[in-house]
Design a protein around this ligand. Sequence first.
Ligand code: FES
Length: 87
Amino acid sequence: PFEVVVASSGAVIEVPGDQSIVQALGAAGIYVPTSCEQGVCGTCLTRVLRGEPDHRDLYLTEEEKARNDVILPCCSRSKGRVLVLDV
Ligand code: FES
């Protein structure tokens, strides 16, 4: 498990192992637009303000993944304990 900090409100959302970031945010009333939910379409692209994503999508290039400034939260996770997202 890890935590996502919602930059707009400061809310801290726990993401359990059996939920995606999108699902955990949705349960807290924060809706990220999605389409494929499999990491291929790019619809859910979200800016990362702090933290290191664990990229599991097939959409970003290796270069984009290495920059760690965006994430596909329908499937990707966090390497660290906390991820601050621009939502
Ligand atoms: Fe398609 Fe996340 S919804 S990449």
